[in-house]
Design a protein around this ligand. Structure first.
Ligand code: SF4
Length: 1606
């Protein structure tokens, strides 16, 4: 007997944590259950004063209990724990103190910082998963976050099964603990080890971890009988409407689904419960869903943060379904917990009702649902709950009773009696309240009673003098409630005798009339309460449920289930040697037959009764209808049992029908099962099985087969196949299922078997390790997978009913192994008969084969297309590439094209698109072009083929006919340390060596392309290629080496003024992406295609398209928008994007995560608000930046006005934008020729960026842009003209010295009236002299360095028609934003707030998105985006000043108390959306700044402004090269560090150290900070100091950026 205890969810978790930890940190004092853990060492509880840091120690197994609101501040530590692979468990109560519902917002905020997140949906589950969490943490060295709902689980009391220490130590042994500790200590000892661990491919880790959790769950199940899956489906096997949920809310849905299916088995509804939320497995989700039938999915999530339209779980689910191309599935989001509203039982019905409507809302606030769709309501069994005020200990030990108590609103909501009345939902309108103490909570409880409720008192004080015992509010509440008031002196018996019995001995108390005038309305209350209590007294029937299959039978059939033979673990898992006859099929069959005969006699008797017409009309009608149903071949169980209920009601107390009443159990249809083992298969022809099948009675058999079939030997020695044997009879239902392969498949089969009117056999697989007495869950799981996959345990169903309906009786559920199944079936003698009877079966079995054929044909067609429609007749050549950023692919493409033009038959594709290594051996000639990723890793599209190749040993496959050549691409200086030299071109080298080792013939020595060579990789390619052609014998074949290249200019010309075929591409629903050329053109329209790189690998492994979406950038000079425009962006962020607004480094709005189908409507809405995205990206003048808050307030309107005019003047004039996005048809296109007066049809060679600075602020970074204007202001505060700078730019390529950032040159002054003309002259000079052949060299900075500054200036002056005047005096002080309040003109005020990295979204503890939206509803001024990604609330009228301040304070948006370092930090977007990112940026810089702040504060530099910037790649979007400290991503977690930029943005920095990781960065920078504090001169900025102190040399021009590196 398991130990049982009545306990709350949180205490249960604490109990589990204590016995499995040495140290437990808690936020409050828990009652300790022990001072020793299962390994016999001490376990200690420490209550933390604050939970901002958890003091975990290395080498100590630990867990912690924290409140959800502490989680956010722990995020940095969580990252660290993950990185260090510290095996600790953090239990989190997911609650919001202001809400009675759960709230997952905090957990969701931290979801990316912990590798494993588990969620529990009941108290028992919370206890069990707390154990699983601890086991996973220790076994796999990973932190685990385990969370559960606040009210419903944490504060809920039920009786649960506890697991004995001895069992726990089987789950988590001393040895495993020791290994973990050893690992932990090694972690401390070896930082090198940490690096190695970080280098492991993260995605592989995620997969492994998910698998590991599943394995621990299986192991746990075997030891305890408590089964959990990471994701679990409950519901109809062909469900169309499915809810996906986590936590206690999922249990409410589960209850509704189960109850609905009991009353209507055809209700096509279901639930997927998520237990393992991280790592997220899209593959598992897709497998768990009833994918063939599901049409509508709703994702439920409790969140108080209702500004996020799309909750995280919803996004995870949506992404999974979209990528899997479940386009036919409507996905909606259901939010509860909003404003404290809980998820109620009735609301789930309303939700399913809503999902049945023809059109589905995408977003539900669940609380509103029952207004829109009247809910079916809560069934009476759930209403009849009991409130208890006071301690539950007043009832003594109730652990043996079925009691379920939730503490909410100061009192307990108690359900008891039948387990079926339990739902993870508090009681609304309870029937009874037991008042153990007359507290304030008692007033609440009474006022929540239903109209006919009963108030129950007990105890001496109450009976002595109720008048003085109760407070006035309680008296009033009782009187106004109309409840009956009683006294009982045996209240503690309530859970044993039932409420009815208790009340039968109760003494009624009179409520004095003075308590309330409603006091005389109580009279009718008693009756209802008495009858209502009836059902609560039901006791739960218990069944032996030792195996997963038995549990499922119990779950599916509940009261209807009748297992006829002896069932216990011995008889199912092995033969019951002690009592073999009791477990034999004949034994159970005899019992069932007896019942069948008994029922047949009963039916005869009823028939006689009806015929004799001896009963009343009511009884006659009821009996006749039951007879009709029971004799009809079409009636289902539900109809029969419903008719049976009517009969029971009708015949009670009818003497003539006494026989019926006495035998009423025979009225109901049962689900009769015989449970057996595979031993029944021996000697089939003589067995009980033969007997059962041949008799044709309605008996179901579940046969659990424990023999492993994966090995050839076992298959050869296998016993007779019961399934095929039964199928031969043609009259038996047969199913072959495996619970660890398809849970829903098992459910489906059980239901079909039950519904089938005849013998049914369900063969259930549960393989056990041979020669092992103990159950090995890992073995079971693996063996199931292998056996199902290789076809030795096929999953199928044979349903003769379908055959009678003219449908195919045989259906195959193990889709991927059809071919193997065919072989398997062919081996059996009977298969030919089946095929003969059902010729279509062979077609079914051939689907995979046909798919493969089609795939092969498509590949061949593609290859033909590349080789000139099959015209080539030269030798074959297969060109494969491995390429992450397209360079190697481009080279491979060139080689393929050149080969074609030499007459070779060419196949060309990515390595991983190639069929198989075996096929590779059949090729004649093979060329592989492969680049190098990270630290010598293979590019992502080549890893699978390499894995397969690398697994071969010489001789496994004959490669002797294959000739091969490899061209590798890398950078010999990318990893400069000598010990890292092996990373250089490693992928190419290992493939080259492997192919040689396998016996293939090397055509030419490997080519090693090196970025360091004079022409980069082209140098080596130029040498390698002729040798390659020579080896192929086509060197001298006259051929054009390159097909005419489609240059970017040609692309622009062909595009018909930026139209391309974008409009057509948008209509293509077969992909979420857009074609390559259209993708380039789309940039001119302000949008980039992106994909979520966080999940790229996972999708690829699933064979799915990348998670494509689009970024949209809004062009808005000076970053100025109106409140109405802000509201529009806010709305679009929620409705069309990922819920956040990104303010860019160039004062533009960006929205991310927009799906292709929403692109057009998003742009339309943006345009409706009078903003535009045209020319926000692309080879044109982009958004113009302008100082948003000028020191002289009067200057801003003047520079803003200039910026607007300049933008208008330089904007593209094509009508394509309007046509594609705004109009419904082509308005110009081919009919009207567009005209670009400034750009012409080829636009600019590259992007062009303009800024306007107003001294003393250089916030726009004037020297980092192609063209800059420095406003010159006279004494009258008038902008009289501008100093002009040209040729600044940031981007470069690692390792390519021909690319470099460049500070702009100051070339002179122009009067204000010439400023627009000057802009045109500068831009057209670049248009005409920029390099149009090499995009890497096409920016204006290179044009100037190529042609010389004088030449360019002269050209500009010629175009302007005047010379530049000498530059006017100006002075910059810094390049930061002007934070805080400043006064503008006309008594208006501006406030510049700090928004970290420009991200506007709501966090649980900081909600700027909501705050700004609310502000925009009444703010009369402007919103101005700052150049450093912050936000200015501009032009606040004096009258609104206090109101605005109060509003900012309310949302904490007025907080500027950050370090100078953080206030001056800026990062680009980088991962996961930027396709060029090599490392994290925006997601990591805040952490790094946090780490540096320690040194900053210790050095007393808290308020000193030091410019610090980070980008994910050298492209430089956050202008890193003018920062005083810069980090530029080089590889995951690895950055080049630059120092010495000018504090005013006037000087470039210089490379200080290459390829540093976090610890190295801290080790390098912290001492410099310390020295700076001690040694700086007065007013000396950090950037100047590091040069003076000799850390780096000063950079003068762009061309010496790469020189003089120390
Ligand atoms: S700097 Fe690089 S990683 Fe960052 S956003 Fe720009 S292109 Fe992407």
């Amino acid at each position: 007997m398991p130990r049982r205890q009545f306990i709350s969810g949180e205490n249960a978790c604490f109990n589990a944590a204590q016995v499995l930890s040495e140290q437990v940190y808690t936020y409050k004092q828990f009652d300790s259950v022990t001072d020793k853990n299962i390994w016999g060492s001490n376990t200690t509880q420490s209550v933390l004063k604050q939970s901002t840091v958890l003091p975990f120690q290395h080498g100590v197994s630990a867990s912690a209990f924290i409140k959800a609101e502490s989680l956010i501040s722990l995020i940095p530590q969580l990252y660290k724990l993950s990185q260090d692979k510290t095996g600790v468990v953090i239990h989190v109560v997911a609650e919001n103190p202001n809400s009675s519902a759960a709230d997952f917002s905090h957990i969701m905020s931290a979801r990316e910082s912990v590798p494993v997140i588990l969620c529990s949906s009941s108290v028992q589950e919370a206890y069990d998963l707390a154990i699983v969490a601890q086991a996973v943490a220790i076994k796999y060295n990973t932190p685990v976050l385990h969370f559960y709902d606040g009210k419903r689980i944490s504060h809920q009391h039920v009786t649960i099964d506890l697991v004995d220490d001895q069992v726990l130590s089987q789950l988590l042994s001393q040895q495993e603990l020791d290994q973990y500790k050893q690992h932990e200590l090694e972690q401390v000892a070896s930082s090198y080890l940490q690096y190695k661990q970080q280098q492991q491919p993260e995605q592989e880790d995620k997969q492994d971890v998910y698998q590991s959790i599943s394995e621990v769950m299986v192991q746990f199940a075997t030891l305890t009988g408590h089964h959990y899956l990471p994701m679990e489906y409950t519901g109809h096997v062909e469900a169309e409407k499915v809810v996906i949920a986590m936590g206690a809310g999922a249990s409410v849905v589960e209850k509704v689904v189960v109850d609905t299916l009991v009353s209507n088995k055809d209700a096509k509804i279901g639930l997927v419960k998520i237990r393992v939320y991280r790592p997220w497995s899209s593959a598992d989700l897709l497998n768990t869903l009833p994918r063939a039938t599901v049409k509508r999915v709703t994702v439920l999530e409790p969140s108080s943060v209702f500004t996020h339209l799309w909750n995280p779980l919803f996004l995870d689910v949506t992404a999974a379904l979209q990528v899997a191309e479940f386009d036919h599935v409507d996905i909606s989001s259901g939010r509860y917990g909003v404003e404290g509203t809980d998820l109620k039982y009735g609301q789930v019905f309303a939700l399913f009702d809503a999902l049945a409507k023809p059109t589905v809302d995408v977003d539900y606030n669940i609380a509103n649902l029952n207004l829109l769709y009247p809910a079916q309501g809560t069934p009476s069994s759930l209403k009849e709950g009991l409130y208890v005020v006071g301690d539950l200990s007043q009832f003594g030990d109730i652990s043996q009773s079925n009691v379920h108590a939730t503490f909410d609103n100061g009192f307990y909501h108690v359900r008891f009696g039948s387990a079926s009345s339990f739902v993870s939902d508090k009681i609304y309108k309870g029937k009874y309240v037991i008042i153990g103490e007359p507290s304030e909570a008692a007033v609440k409880a009474v006022s929540e009673l239903d109209v006919d409720g009963t108030v129950i008192f007990s105890g001496a004080e109450a009976i002595k003098d109720l008048e003085s015992y109760l407070s006035n509010p309680l008296k009033r509440a009782i009187a106004t409630s109309g409840a009956k008031v009683v006294y009982v002196d045996n209240v503690k018996d309530v859970f044993t005798v039932g409420i009815n019995s208790l009340l039968s001995k109760a003494k009624a108390l009179t409520v004095p009339s003075g308590w309330s005038q409603l006091a005389d309305q109580e009279s009718s209350a008693g009756q209802a309460s008495a009858s209502a209590a009836g059902s609560a007294a039901k006791t739960e029937s218990t069944l032996p449920v030792e195996t997963p299959y038995l549990k499922m039978l119990d779950q599916v059939f509940q009261d209807r289930l009748q297992v006829a033979n002896a069932v216990n673990s011995a008889s199912v898992w092995s033969r019951d040697e002690l009592n073999p006859s009791a477990s034999a099929p004949e034994y159970g069959y005899g019992k069932i037959l007896n019942q069948i005969q008994e029922r047949a006699r009963f039916i005869d008797e009823v028939e006689t009764l009806v015929k004799k017409n001896l009963v009343s009309q009511v009884v006659y009608k009821a009996l006749s209808q039951w007879l009709l149903a029971v004799k009809s071949s079409k009636a289902d169980v539900k109809t029969i049992n419903k008719a049976a209920e009517t009969v029971v009601e009708a015949v009670t107390h009818v003497p003539a029908a006494e026989y019926v009443a006495k035998n009423k159990h025979l009225l109901f249809n049962k689900s009769n099962w015989l449970i057996g083992s595979d031993a029944w298969a021996y000697d089939l022809g003589q067995s009980g099985i033969h007997h059962v099948i041949s008799q044709g009675e309605n008996v179901n058999m579940l046969i659990v087969d424990t023999l492993p079939y994966s090995s050839e030997l076992e298959r050869e020695q296998r016993k007779k196949d019961i399934g095929l044997y039964a199928m031969n009879f043609g009259t038996a239902y047969v199913a072959s299922v495996a619970v660890y392969s398809s849970y829903t498949g098992v459910l489906h089969a059980l239901m079909e078997a039950d519904a089938y009117n005849g013998p049914s056999i369900v063969l259930a697989y549960l393989p056990q390790e041979p020669n092992s007495a103990a159950v090995n869950p890992l073995y079971t799981m693996k063996e199931t997978k292998v056996s199902v996959d290789n076809g030795s345990w096929p999953l199928y169903r044979w349903n003769p009913t379908l055959e009678a309906e003219g449908k195919e009786a045989f259906s195959l559920d193990s889709q991927r192994i059809k071919k193997d199944l065919e072989k398997f079936l062919e081996r059996e003698n009977h298969f030919s008969q089946i095929v003969a009877q059902h010729p279509d079966i062979s077609q079914v079995l051939d689907v995979t084969k046909r798919h493969q054929e089609l795939k092969r044909k498509a590949r061949e067609d593609f290859a033909k297309l590349l080789s000139g429609m099959g015209a080539a007749n030269g030798p074959p050549l297969t060109v494969l590439f491995g390429s992450d950023n397209g360079n190697a692919e481009g080279v491979a493409k060139k080689i393929a094209n050149r080969a074609k033009s030499r007459g070779l038959q060419v196949k060309f594709m990515a390595m991983d698109d190639y069929e198989s290594v075996e096929e590779l051996a059949n090729e004649t000639n093979l060329a592989i072009v492969i680049s190098t990723a990270g630290q010598g890793e293979l590019p992502s599209n080549s890893r699978d083929l390499w894995k397969a190749l690398n697994s071969l040993n010489a001789g496994d496959v004959n490669f002797s006919e294959l000739n091969y050549a490899i061209f590798a691409m890398g950078d010999s200086h990318y990893w400069p340390r000598p010990e890292d030299a092996g990373f250089y071109n490693r992928p190419g080298k290992i493939i080259d060596a492997k192919l040689e080792n396998l016996g293939a013939n090397r055509l030419v020595p490997i080519g090693l392309g090196d970025d360091q060579d004079a022409d980069g990789f082209e140098t080596a390619l130029g040498l390698w290629q002729p040798e390659f052609w020579k080896a192929l014998g086509v060197k001298d074949v006259g051929a054009e080496d390159d097909e005419p290249k489609l240059t970017d200019d040609q692309m622009k010309i062909n595009s018909n003024y930026l139209r391309g075929t974008i409009a057509e591409d948008l209509l293509d629903e077969s992909t979420g992406a857009i074609g390559e050329i259209n993708g380039k053109l789309l940039k001119f329209h302000g949008s980039y295609g992106q994909d979520d790189r966080d999940i790229r690998e996972e999708r690829k492994k699933m064979g799915l398209e990348k998670a494509f979406s689009f970024m949209i950038r809004v062009r808005m000079p000076g970053g100025v928008s109106t409140p109405a425009q802000w509201l529009m962006m806010d709305e679009l962020a929620d409705s069309h994007a990922n819920g956040a607004i990104k303010m860019t480094t160039r004062q533009a709005f960006q929205l991310h995560g927009i799906l292709k189908k929403n692109l057009r409507s998003t742009l339309r809405n943006i345009n409706h608000s009078l903003l535009s995205t045209l020319a926000a990206c692309g080879d044109v003048n982009r958004n113009i930046m302008i100082t948003p808050v000028t020191e002289i307030p009067e200057v801003h309107p003047q520079v803003q006005d200039f910026g607007m005019k300049l933008m208008e003047h330089l904007a593209p004039k094509t009508t394509a934008y309007h046509e594609i996005w705004l109009a419904d048809k082509q308005i110009a296109g081919n009919a009207v020729q567009d005209f670009e007066p400034i750009y012409g049809p080829t636009y600019l060679p590259r992007k062009f960026k303009i800024v306007i600075a107003v001294p003393p602020n250089n916030d726009v970074d004037i020297f980092a842009h192609d063209l800059g204007y420095i406003a010159i202001v006279d004494a009258n505060k008038k902008v009289i003209g501008y100093n002009v700078t040209i040729g600044g730019g940031m981007g470069m390529t690692h390792g390519n010295k021909k690319t470099y950032p460049r500070p702009a040159n100051l070339v002179g002054y122009v009067p204000a009236e010439l400023a627009v003309l000057c802009g045109e002259a500068v831009m057209t000079t670049q248009r005409d002299f920029g390099d149009r052949t090499n995009r890497k060299h096409a920016r204006f900075k290179y044009t100037i360095d190529t042609h010389g500054l004088d030449f360019i200036v002269n050209e500009i002056e010629t175009r302007m028609g005047t010379k530049f005047q000498p530059a006017a005096e100006y002075n910059f002080t810094d390049n930061a934003d002007r934070y805080g309040w400043t006064k503008g003109v006309d008594d208006k005020w501006h406030f510049c707030m700090f928004i970290e990295n420009g991200k506007i979204k709501d966090w649980p503890d900081f909600q700027p998105k909501t705050g700004l939206r609310e502000l925009a509803k009444w703010h009369k001024g402007e919103f101005r985006l700052s150049p450093n990604q912050h936000l200015v609330i501009a032009d606040v009228p004096e009258a609104d000043l206090e109101k605005t301040k109060a509003h900012l304070a309310k949302y904490k948006m007025d907080n500027l108390s950050f370090t100078g370092l953080r206030l001056n930090a800026m990062a680009c977007v980088a991962l996961p959306t930027c396709g060029l990112a090599m490392a994290e940026s925006e997601r990591y810089l805040p952490t790094l700044v946090g780490l540096l702040e320690g040194a900053i504060e210790a050095a007393g530099l808290k308020d000193d402004a030091i410019t610090i910037r980070m980008t994910g790649c050298p492209n430089g979007c956050a202008r890193p090269y003018v920062a005083e400290i810069a980090f530029v991503g080089k590889a995951p977690n690895t950055y080049n560090v630059y120092l010495g930029g000018g504090h005013k943005g006037e000087r470039l920095n210089k490379l200080y150290k290459e390829s540093l990781k976090e610890e190295e960065i801290l080790a390098e920078i912290n001492p410099i900070i310390k020295r700076y504090a001690l040694e700086r001169e007065v007013g000396e900025p950090f950037g100047d100091f590091v040069i003076r102190a000799g850390y780096v040399k000063k950079t003068i021009t762009g061309m010496d950026f790469h020189e003089n590196i120390i």
